[in-house]
Design a protein around this ligand. Sequence first.
Ligand SMILES: [Zn+2]
Ligand SMILES: [Zn+2]
Length: 430
Amino acid sequence: MSGPLLLRGGRVVDPAAGVDGVRDVLLADGRVARVAEGVEAPEGAEVLDCSGLVVTPGLIDLHVHLREPGGEHKETIASGARAAAAGGFTAVCAMPNTDPPIDDPAAVGFVAAAGRRAGAARVYPVGCISVGQEGERLAEIGEMVAAGAVAVTDDGRPVMDSGLMRLVLEYARGFGVPVADHPEDLGLSRKGVMNEGVVSSRLGLVGKPGASEDVHVVRDLLLAEMTGGHIHLQHVSTAFSVEMIRRAKERGVRVTAEATPHHLLLTEEAVDGYRTEAKMNPPLRSAADREGFRDGTLDVLATDHAPHHYDEKEQAFDDAPFGIVGLETALGLGLTHLVGEGLVDLPTLVERMSAAPARAFGLPGGTLAEGSPADVTVLDPEAAWTVEPKRFLSRSRNTPFGGWELRGRAVTTIVEGAVVWRLEGADGRG
Ligand SMILES: [Zn+2]
Ligand SMILES: [Zn+2]
């Protein structure tokens, strides 16, 4: 554990604590010790000048693929944790669709231990819903939770068996963790490689209709209501799904939901030219879910960081894998295009990237209230920069945002009171 650290004179934006104003933040013994004006630096404290900068609770990404074990050429737990820190994230939730999948307590323990060894962002393991992600038998939910799993999901695949989904909602409720679902009816979407619509017709590509998502969203909401379980809907991409989630919330259903930066900022038009960097699942659709993010129906901004090797994305559109990396662009995209264009204000973006994800998965942090974990993101809202994939700390470069000019980024990332990442050339002033 490092010595005390005083973050002096930044604009502290901590929506969960109702704070938005210039404060000093003292971190000591891995905790937030004080948030106030004019805090004296204790003996031996390091002081970071944060004037002109914004100090927020550490950002949390509920949805990342770190590819280890089995896909280390795309990403490892360590490289992913470093990429997360470079993007301003102090914690990430690792999806279990590795090879082999994370479907038992030993595998969950492996992810947690590798995350701790990385010494960057915290890595929280997520366990599988079904053994081997085969959608047949329920995995050992209780044992995985005891080993550190913070949620369960078969992400990468949907749970096609509605009876299994009912069962896991009942079990997970008993163990106090949410069930995260990748909502997709494979019968409707199976061979699709992009959104079904005029663009897929023009390009001669097979589409996945929006209904393939909507059918499972509605099913999951019904089953969550029936069981009293907590459903967390991943990467929601259609306006209809947003509307159904809104109504379910009004009925008191325990539901949380993700928006991704790419679904908020890009549309199916990005596929034009058969650009495989725009191939993802669910596919880019219209920008129809932007309102759901604005009004909080989609509680959480999550990246669905999905690293793939260069060669794999160089294949023909039909053959290339789904997914893009997101950890090192999410905050800059959010600041530039969601805050910068007035969709949400800065405190709301911070809330959707810290407090809301912490609440959704029951994680520590999400606030700088005194006594909270000393996980902090310091960002420079004015820093102008260009997305250069070759500079990513991620092992993969697959992004449709290469060359985008952004304003605002993380300059210092602090986990448990220790600086785990600092922007090169930044002295605290960015
Ligand atoms: Zn998914
Ligand atoms: Zn995913």
